[in-house]
Design a binder for this molecule. Sequence first.
Ligand code: MN3
Length: 205
Amino acid sequence: MAHELGKLPYAYDALEPHMDANTVEIHYSKHHQGYVDKLNAALEKHPELGLADKKVEELLKDINGVPADIRTAVKNNGGGHLNHTLFWKCMKKDGGGEPSGEVADAINKAFGSYNDFKEKFGSAAKTHFASGWAWLSVNMGNLEIESTPNHDTPVSQGKKPILVIDVWEHSYYLLYKWQRAGYVDAFFNLINWDQVNDNYKKALE
Ligand code: MN3
């Protein structure tokens, strides 16, 4: 079975004015679709291994088990597919505000307060050099903030990401130009905290 682009959980213009419809459409239908297509193309080179039937998470956790000639393509495009799938789910129309539920308690415990979390997560996203991602993950039961380059994912390190922001320029350049900080600040108005709370509870299972 080939990997497929999941359905976007909202309309292209749902995240306006914080993320414009044009950016969401291109990002989802061109960039994300492109990673899915390139992942499938790489896996098709070794049909005998049945790699297409494995979950992307499994491929990335055991990337050295992937043949050397397609390893980089699987790491980059598999990571691109996995990371974007989580990214879209982490946002919603009229999102944002403060978290609630178990993840709110965990954030307060780990970082002091929501504002301290916002400062730390925002800073990881704003200061990450060049293309990459900023993450909130569960690592051995504890919350952790970090950024990764390219399409690297904390999943490869056995962590369970629950919130992510894409800081590749294609995420914000049409609307924010060079001003990544404006995009990152606006992202906090889009976070789907119910989803993040669900992600958190699943990560602890
Ligand atoms: Mn992207």
